[in-house]
Design a binder for this molecule. Structure first.
Ligand SMILES: [Zn+2]
Ligand SMILES: [Zn+2]
Length: 135
């Protein structure tokens, strides 16, 4: 049973999941900033085995400090960044919360790579924070 759906701007690239995300976070790392051209990324991670990706995608690969490769995958047509994959989390698929629908109420549990946070970005009080990643 499909519970969560995401789509790029043009609708060519689609995502479906049968289960709720196992983890949701806000990432301030430079790779996310670069890929999204945004101050940070709000990413929900789903189990790969319980999710399905349809459509053509391209990817941009980054090398994390840990030595693991991470990549951001985007639609070949409209270039909407949809997914975050990392060697460090081989069983998880990160999906940009902004592309989930119906509009998904963000329930981020923590902020990561706070070290790289842009100066103007506020983190709500009481939110768990990590200087770098959580792996
Ligand atoms: Zn597209
Ligand atoms: Zn990131």
């Amino acid at each position: 049973m499909v519970k969560v759906v995401a789509s790029c701007q043009c609708g060519q690239l689609k995502f479906e999941a049968e289960s709720e995300p196992v983890l949701e976070l806000i990432c301030h790392c430079p790779d996310c900033q670069d890929a999204l051209q945004a101050d940070f990324a709000n990413i929900a991670f789903f189990k790969l085995g319980e999710s399905l990706v349809k459509g053509e995608l391209a990817e941009k690969i980054y090398l994390a400090e840990s030595g693991n490769e991470t990549c951001r995958q985007y639609c070949v047509h409209c270039e909407t960044v949809m997914f975050d994959r990392s060697e460090g989390f081989p069983n998880l698929l990160g999906v940009m919360v902004s592309q989930l629908y119906p509009p998904f109420e963000s329930r981020a549990m923590c902020h990561v790579f706070v070290r790289d946070k842009k100066a103007g970005v506020e983190i709500p009080e009481g939110m768990k924070q990590y200087e770098t990643g959580i792996s």
